[in-house]
Design a protein around this ligand. Structure first.
Ligand SMILES: [Zn+2]
Length: 109
């Protein structure tokens, strides 16, 4: 899996994507899905849909804890990149997902 794919998957998760329960039909890899756009993080196959615009919170509006959590996601992404076991990939993605949920809770409060 390439670093670009891992980054893309992490970005999608950061922007509201969810993990797909169904594995990739081509390689059984883990897929992330956002608004009908699914990306396999192992082989990179995806439907030919246009990219969704990415909304970003301006850096100044981020709290220290948000920055910490985002660094955590970066670290997890790197871990994910090195991981070849699909089950472990899924576990790392679940951890990323829960970190993202925490970020969202902070944002929403
Ligand atoms: Zn795949």
């Amino acid at each position: 899996m390439s670093e670009d794919l891992t980054k893309k998957a992490a970005d999608m998760l950061l922007n509201g994507a969810t993990l797909l329960g169904e594995p990739c039909p081509y390689c059984s890899g883990v897929r992330v899905m956002k608004e009908g756009y699914a990306l396999c993080i192992s082989c990179g196959r995806e439907p030919g849909k246009k990219e969704l615009p990415i909304e970003r919170t301006p850096e100044g509006e981020k709290t220290a804890i948000q920055k910490t959590l985002e660094k955590k996601i970066e670290a997890l992404s790197k871990e994910l990149e090195k991981e070849t076991d699909h089950e472990k990939q899924q576990n790392i993605l679940k951890t990323i997902n829960s970190v993202i949920e925490t970020i969202e809770k902070i944002r929403g409060s």
